[in-house]
Design a protein. Structure first.
Length: 350
């Protein structure tokens, strides 16, 4: 019997929790988004149907593929690994295991009548599907000493962070009790960018699922919130994920200061790497900011398998069909964009 023929692919159930957790804990390429806390937070917030696939061989797990089914009011039905996440895709011991998982996922696309399967992979797993070179991530090692974080930043970013602290008297707290305030700052920033925000419930469910692997950071100026950051922790890595600032406070260097303090917190608590997350390569503002903070881009090898005769959904915020909506969104009041953004984000999974 060929080796590949002995690989069995089946769907996750709660009885397999320990198996899934053990595999993702030990796989070198597993990310936080492959773990079950992400699954729980997405299901409880958005209600998406999950299809978590495992590959077994000789009574052990040899691969996994987490998937969510998105029934979008703007783009129809599609599968994604993982929604609202930077990373996702297949984890497998060998290429033939990855192939077995992908074959089952493609069969699932046809079975449920989906348009496509999106894999947010760091490294491409399917040699038969083109790589989409639209996103890059930014990662860098952290120094050993918190006092070395600021000197390690490039000159202009270092000067901006120092000026923000000295001129405006900023201070920082790390307190999960500030979660709603951080979400409010994030939602304000998303409106300013013309993008729908995720609902507050997602922040709350992530904090509940991740516990002390979720860090809530708030920057104050004169005792009032100026910027906030929700950061995830995975293995030896600090992952700043949702950020927001109050644009009514004109503070030069505020963003540099926000991330400087996040890096210092990471070093003090024993973390070795800072993952600045992904950006679209056409989002020059975000990419330039991260480069100017001393991070170099790493291409992400996302892939989208499209069902024969169908087209993949176009949900990029810079797609021409969204330009008018983005312009209008920026002009809507926050009491409108906050709840409406939470509803829209169910159909646009990041």
């Amino acid at each position: 019997m060929p080796l590949a023929a002995s690989i069995r692919v089946y769907e996750y159930n709660t009885g397999l929790t320990q198996d899934w957790q053990a595999y993702t804990k030990n796989h070198a390429e597993a990310t936080l988004f492959h773990e079950l806390p992400w699954k729980r937070a997405v299901e409880r917030t958005f209600g998406h149907r999950s299809w978590y696939l495992l590959a077994g061989q000789d009574d052990r797990i040899v691969g996994v593929l987490p998937l969510f089914q998105i029934n979008s009011v703007v783009a129809g039905r599609f599968l994604v690994s993982q929604p609202y996440a930077t990373y996702g895709g297949v984890l497998a011991d060998r290429p033939e295991v990855a192939a077995a998982l992908l074959d089952e996922a493609k069969a699932l696309v046809e079975r449920i009548g989906a348009r496509s399967l999106e894999l947010r992979s760091i490294r491409a797993a399917d040699p038969g599907v083109p790589v989409q070179s639209r996103h890059v991530s930014f990662q860098r090692a952290l120094p050993d000493d918190p006092d070395a974080v600021l000197p390690a930043m490039p000159r202009k970013a270092r000067a901006a962070a120092r000026r923000a602290e000295e001129r405006y008297g900023l201070d920082v707290s790390f307190d999960p009790g500030n979660l709603r305030t951080v979400w409010s700052l994030y939602a304000r920033s998303m409106r300013r960018l013309g993008s729908p925000n995720y609902p507050y419930r997602f922040f709350r469910e992530l904090l509940a699922a991740l516990g002390d692997r979720c860090v809530v950071q708030l920057v104050h100026m004169a005792g009032r919130p100026a910027a906030g950051l929700l950061t995830f922790l995975h293995r030896d890595t600090v992952i700043p994920y949702f950020a927001g600032t109050d644009e009514r406070k004109s503070i030069y260097g505020l963003n540099q200061y926000l991330y400087l303090r996040a890096m210092k917190w990471g070093v003090r608590n024993g973390y070795r790497k800072f993952d600045f997350g992904r950006s679209r390569i056409d989002n020059h503002g975000a990419c330039d900011f991260k480069r100017h903070c001393g991070f170099e881009p790493l291409p992400l090898q996302y892939q989208t398998y499209v069902s024969p005769g169908r087209e993949a959904p176009e949900l990029s915020p810079d797609a021409p069909q969204w330009s008018l909506a983005r312009s209008v969104w920026k002009r809507l009041p926050l009491p409108v964009t906050r709840p409406l953004g939470g509803w829209i984000s169910r159909s646009i999974p990041g």
